[in-house]
Write a protein that binds this ligand. Structure first.
Ligand code: ADP
Length: 173
């Protein structure tokens, strides 16, 4: 599995699946969620509403999949990150679950290339360095077992990009 790091808008990335940092309602919100629904169009929201009607939204740490509407990717995997409130162990486990459940769903759907945003580090205020450590470790641990060719960490802000760059460079030394 190749790991890539880029600074970009995730709605412009051409991969099999991009991951959305959604909320439990699946009805869209601010940040990356808003950008994905705005650019992806109504098809994504319609599918989210169907999932919501069937199973009542998406719990924190879990993931669901839709097509990608007008976006260049084929699918959007919607996962709900934890809101940071200082409960380190519980919230860290839930953030790891987001990455793990998204990757599981990707494998089940034959997805070979996947792009992740920095889940929970915006409106949900998870500490960025801690979130990056969890994201990278969870993806690397998962990579031993499976069929995904490439994972791209897509950072939107300079701070996250620098944090990821430092961790990945240290680990590759
Ligand atoms: P959360 O509620 O999970 O914190 P946010 O969308 O507020 O979700 O933020 C998650 C991360 O997504 C933040 O690091 C933010 O900078 C980033 N982000 C916001 N817009 C985009 C975008 N268009 N592409 C990629 N990342 C984005």
């Amino acid at each position: 599995m190749i790991l890539e790091l880029i600074k970009a808008d995730i709605t412009e990335i051409n991969v099999d699946a991009i991951v959305n940092a959604a909320n439990t309602s699946l009805l869209g919100g601010g940040g990356v969620d808003g950008a994905i629904h705005r650019k992806g169009g109504k098809a994504i929201l319609d599918e989210c509403i169907q999932i919501r009607n069937k199973r009542g939204g998406c719990k924190t740490g879990e993931a669901v999949i839709t097509t990608a509407g007008n976006l260049p990717s084929k699918y959007v995997i919607h996962t709900v990150g934890p809101v940071w409130n200082g409960n380190k162990e519980e919230k860290s486990k839930l953030l790891a679950d987001c990455y793990q459940n998204s990757l599981k769903l990707a494998v089940e759907n034959g997805i070979k290339t996947i792009a992740f945003p920095n889940i929970s580090t915006g409106i949900y205020h998870f500490p960025k360095d801690k979130a990056a450590q969890i994201a990278i470790k969870t993806v690397k641990d998962f990579s031993v077992s499976i069929a995904i060719d490439k994972v791209i960490f897509v950072c939107f802000d300079d701070e996250n990009y620098q944090i990821y760059k430092d961790i990945l460079e240290i680990e590759n030394k």
